[in-house]
Design a protein around this ligand. Structure first.
Ligand code: FPP
Length: 218
């Protein structure tokens, strides 16, 4: 969800206002995803690198996550979305962890749209954590293949990613779902996240649908 800071700067607003504007995009976007028949969607909300931002910005983001959980989770639940979080939970404030657990519990039976929120998430950290847990479980080298490895990721049921949408024109992966994006297609737009509309989301899906995916198969 890139570009919140630039969106705010262009309006002489604090960065927190940009993140707040970014939240307002979520409901229409998830509604559009459900209508388009998308089964799973992951939002990158906070990376393991984002702790390096000024303390005031990190604090305002944590407050925003809590407010967003309070405001949006009941609504998402009514719309049939199942919520799950990806990332290292240990480092997050306790109130945020509690809200995450409650959101997962409330929505666990839903099946219309699977929404994953990457929070304190890093793709490399996820791979390292999976390797550690395999070692803790005493797996032998012969037992470790791609399927076993995938089963140790944060949420093993996360489907392989079909399409990565990157806003604000960045041409980087930025440590996002490294394992799961092996064959993903990309859609990059100059639009800043707070301006990302359901119409543009549908354009991204149309662009994806028009491509031929060979996955190395020629
Ligand atoms: C990146 O923009 C955005 C973030 C680091 C935060 C995104 C979080 C939200 C919009 C809140 C959503 C909440 C939930 C729970 C889904 P940036 O600050 O890097 O912008 P810039 O690239 O213009 O500086």
């Amino acid at each position: 969800m890139d570009g919140n800071g630039r969106w705010a700067k262009a309006r002489w607003l604090p960065r927190a206002a940009g993140h707040r504007a970014g939240v307002s995009v979520l409901t229409p976007l998830l509604e559009a995803a459900g209508e388009a028949g998308v089964e799973a969607l992951t939002l990158y909300a906070f990376s393991t690198e984002n702790w390096g931002r000024p303390e005031t910005e990190v604090d305002s983001l944590m407050t925003l996550f809590l407010e967003t959980a309070k405001g949006k989770v009941p609504e998402l639940n009514e719309r049939g979305a199942r919520l799950r979080f990806l990332g290292r939970r240990g480092h997050l404030p306790e109130a945020v962890r509690t809200a995450m657990g409650e959101a997962e519990e409330l929505t666990r039976e839903n099946d219309r749209l699977h929404v994953y929120i990457a929070l304190n998430y890093g793709g490399r950290a996820e791979i390292v954590d999976a390797a550690r847990r395999m070692m803790e479980d005493g797996l032998s080298p012969e037992e470790v293949d791609e399927a076993t490895f995938a089963s140790y990721l944060y949420a093993p049921e996360v489907p392989e990613v079909d399409l990565v949408i990157r806003t604000s024109g960045e041409l980087r992966i930025s440590n996002f779902l490294l394992w799961q994006i092996a064959y993903a297609e990309f859609y990059v737009t100059e639009t800043l996240w707070p301006d990302f509309s359901p119409e543009e989301f549908r354009r991204a899906i149309d662009s994806y649908a028009a491509r031929s995916r060979r996955r190395g198969g020629g």
